[in-house]
Design a protein around this ligand. Structure first.
Ligand SMILES: Cc1cc2nc3c(=O)[nH]c(=O)nc-3n(C[C@H](O)[C@H](O)[C@H](O)COP(=O)(O)OP(=O)(O)OC[C@H]3O[C@@H](n4cnc5c(N)ncnc54)[C@H](O)[C@@H]3O)c2cc1C
Length: 304
């Protein structure tokens, strides 16, 4: 059990991270800071105290001052946030203000003796390190999509409205455009991912057709992206996005550790590969040793 966990999602709820926080707390209260429009959703995912925010300043400097006060006021010991672009900026500033250790871009969080152990790639991604920060407040950011979002049966959340009276910052938002972070991969329940074994951009079009029939999204390994078969925003892995769908179909992907880091949280994994010794089969729930195109044609036929 970990007490005094606080989840900071001032720009948008990360339901997977909140689910993980609730699991780590194991019955102890969890506090969540979310936009007012997502307060009810935060309650559905198990937050005990929901701070429903309005007037969230885009200028991280102004928000840091406000959050520092709240964290001190509520005695938060563990502060978690999604590693979104804005919070990647904000969390180091907040850590400095709180004189706390911060582990950025974690790929897992576990509990030990009432503290959190933070797992993340280290030394150019050649090692996976488990880190325990020794400061009074432990802080971590986690890549969006790392943990599956599971609604909680509890419905006793206490919601407090908070209007942030932060001073005007130096940033004025002129327009908002959807970028990589809104890529459908993070939310897809089914992902069909292609690797170098697909061999061409046209091959990926076949994967797109299967994904469409399954109501899912297409992803890619780094080698497939480097070869120009798919755009970078499709890349799953240590240097791409992290996903945790219900079903991940790895097609023509060998299963390198850097790829696994981005998809091993998938509920079920199916691998299709001509090489029976491909490492991906060690992680797959179902394996098909065959040419990807033969299997894909059959699958498309069945789905039609
Ligand atoms: C610092 C660093 C960061 C990295 N980050 C990432 C990352 O974020 N994501 C990532 O994916 N990788 C990443 N990599 C690269 C990673 O190490 C692997 O090189 C990469 O994942 C391999 O991609 P692949 O499986 O598509 O290609 P390969 O390893 O070349 O595998 C291709 C597979 O296709 C199979 N195949 C061939 N033909 C067919 C066919 N006709 N039908 C079925 N199967 C077939 C082969 O048997 C083989 O297993 C990173 C590497 C480093 C050093």
């Amino acid at each position: 059990m970990i007490s005094d966990i606080c989840v900071l999602c001032p720009y948008g709820l990360d339901a997977g991270l909140l689910t993980k926080a609730v699991a780590l707390a194991n019955g102890a209260p969890v506090r969540a800071f979310v936009p007012k429009v997502e307060a009810d959703t935060a309650a559905t995912f198990g937050a005990t105290y929901v701070h429903a925010l309005t007037n969230v300043p885009r200028d991280e400097n102004s928000l840091v001052t406000w959050l520092k006060e709240k964290i001190s006021q509520y005695g938060c010991r563990i502060v978690l946030a999604p590693a979104s672009i804005q919070l990647r900026n904000l969390m180091p500033m907040l850590a400095w203000e709180l004189q706390s250790g911060l582990t950025a871009d974690c790929t897992d969080l576990t509990e030990k003796d009432g503290s959190i152990l933070q797992t993340r790639p280290a030394f150019g991604n050649s090692l996976v390190a488990t880190i325990k920060t020794l400061s009074a407040v432990q802080m971590a950011t986690v890549r969006p999509g790392t943990f599956p979002a599971l609604p909680c049966p509890c419905d006793n959340a206490q919601v407090t409205e908070e209007i942030i009276a932060a001073p005007d910052g130096r940033i004025t938002v002129i327009a908002t455009e959807t970028g990589m972070e809104a890529a459908p991969l993070n939310h897809a329940r089914v992902i069909i991912a292609g690797g170098a074994g697909i061999g061409s951009r046209e091959g990926f079009e076949k994967l797109e057709a299967i994904a469409k029939k399954l109501g899912g999204a297409v992803a890619a390994s780094r080698n497939a992206v480097d070869a120009g078969f798919a755009p970078y925003r499709y890349q799953v892995g240590m240097t791409g996005v992290t996903v945790a769908p219900k079903l991940y179909i790895a097609v023509g992907i060998s299963g390198a550790v850097q790829h696994l880091a981005g998809m091993s949280g998938s509920e079920k994994i199916i691998a299709i590969n001509t090489d029976p010794k491909a490492p991906i089969f060690d992680y797959a729930d179902y394996g098909i040793v065959a040419d990807w195109e033969t299997v894909s044609n059959k699958l498309l036929e069945e789905l039609s």
